[in-house]
Design a protein around this ligand. Structure first.
Ligand SMILES: Nc1ncnc2c1ncn2[C@@H]1O[C@H](COP(=O)(O)OP(=O)(O)OP(=O)(O)O)[C@@H](O)[C@H]1O
Ligand SMILES: [Mg+2]
Length: 374
């Protein structure tokens, strides 16, 4: 579902903006510190309920203001579909930490519902942490896909987290494993379900992802492998019992879905040891595009791509490869760049260009005639 309209208020240096968007490419051009990343951050917050830059909402709300607002209109259905309609979505965050989510005019909605209707993929300069940093980024990557394709995942994951916390507390006082075994039954069930869903997701994604990786980086053979977080061929129940004393010594449950990972190798060596920074960035792009394509194949939903600082670390040939691939997906894309020349080859009749300066966002597309206004 593309966003047809976006209104932002009191978000970083953006005091107020209300723009009509293209269902294809939206280019955000402006000098350093003008508000390009902030605009993408606002779209991201609309879909995730949080920023990708700051953990504290107070940092994102405009200085001297007490709250921020982000509103969007999502278009459902195909462009020529007579049943298509617009779904208004909105989020309001206050300095006291409260969040209000509105979907279709209804207040009190959950962030998870917002995430369901607004699947997003972010590609930004720090994005190769997905490949170079710890497994938590890769678990988030896997779980994005499982969340969007497996309806039971969200509740199961929340329940598993609560049970693991309880178990860790019990570990401190338990005298023998028997005292935990009753509580472990549900934990085992949840862990095995989550593992099954994650494995099934990666099994499906692998083909799409490896194919896109090889078209982006034809000189390498990249392979993805899912690791579930505990030993192969051993049930989670046996692991919990076998590791009871170790877990007790550590004070937490060491093995489990909270240790899952997606291991990626190029010619049998971890990708981070072989690929250059630009190549790592390209691989992250390939993985994110693959997730979007797989989502569309399985659910018919399109995700929105947010590409911050498009030109950084990609040469013109690689930029073109990524742009062509994104165009083929037919998805809505937001691309930020310092100069218009860096995105010249991507601009076509369906694109819309915005200029950002001191937090003011202005459409500089001559064809813009505000078709989405009521
Ligand atoms: N809470 C806030 N209130 C007001 N302004 C803020 C707040 N937080 C950050 N800013 C300012 O907002 C501006 C926009 O930053 P942003 O990261 O969006 O710029 P940018 O256009 O992406 O720049 P670059 O090209 O360097 O990446 C910065 O000047 C920053 O200092
Ligand atoms: Mg920026």
């Amino acid at each position: 579902m593309p966003l047809t309209r976006l209104a932002i208020k009191q978000f970083r240096n953006i005091e107020a903006c209300d723009i009509d968007l293209s269902a294809g490419f939206n280019f955000i051009i402006g000098p350093n510190g003008s508000g390009k990343t902030s605009l993408l951050e606002a779209v991201y917050m609309l879909g995730h309920g949080r920023s990708f830059k700051s953990a504290l909402t107070g940092r994102v709300i405009q200085n001297e203001c007490s709250e921020l607002f982000i509103h969007g209109r999502l278009k459902s259905g195909q462009p020529l579909d007579s049943d298509s309609f617009e779904l208004p979505v909105g989020i309001n965050k206050k300095r006291d930490g409260t969040t209000e989510v509105k979907i279709g005019g209804q207040s009190g909605q959950k962030l998870a519902q917002l995430a369901q209707v607004l699947p997003l993929q972010l590609i930004h300069p720090e994005g190769f942490e997905l490949l170079t940093d710890g497994p938590k980024h890769r678990r988030a990557f896997i779980d994005w896909g499982v969340f969007h394709t497996e309806s039971g995942f969200y509740d199961a994951w929340g329940r598993l987290k609560r049970l693991t916390k309880q178990r860790n507390a019990l570990l401190k006082s338990a005298k023998c494993y028997k005292e935990l075994s009753y509580w472990d039954q549900e934990l085992v069930q949840l862990a095995e379900n989550i593992d099954k869903w994650r494995k099934a997701y990666i099994d499906e994604l692998k083909c799409v992802a490896e194919a896109i990786c090889s078209s982006f980086l034809p000189e390498f053979e990249i392979k993805l492998k899912y690791y579930r977080g505990w030993e192969k061929d051993t049930s989670y129940a046996d692991i919990l019992e076998k590791n009871f004393e170790r877990d007790q010594m550590l004070g937490y449950t060491f093995s489990g879905p909270n240790k899952a990972d997606l291991r990626m190798k190029v010619n049998n060596t971890p990708v981070e040891d072989v690929l250059s920074r630009g190549q790592l960035k390209l691989m992250v792009c390939a993985l994110r595009v693959a997730q979007g394509q797989h989502l569309t194949q399985v659910t018919g939903k399109q995700c929105i791509y947010l590409i911050d600082d498009f030109a950084s670390e990609l040469d013109s040939q690689r930029r073109e490869r990524l742009a062509t691939c994104l165009k083929q997906t037919g998805a809505q894309v937001f691309v930020s760049s310092i100069t218009a020349s860096q995105i010249d080859d991507m601009y076509d009749e369906n694109g819309r260009m915005f200029h950002v300066e001191h937090g003011k966002i202005e459409c500089i597309d001559k064809r813009a005639d505000s078709p989405n206004r009521e």
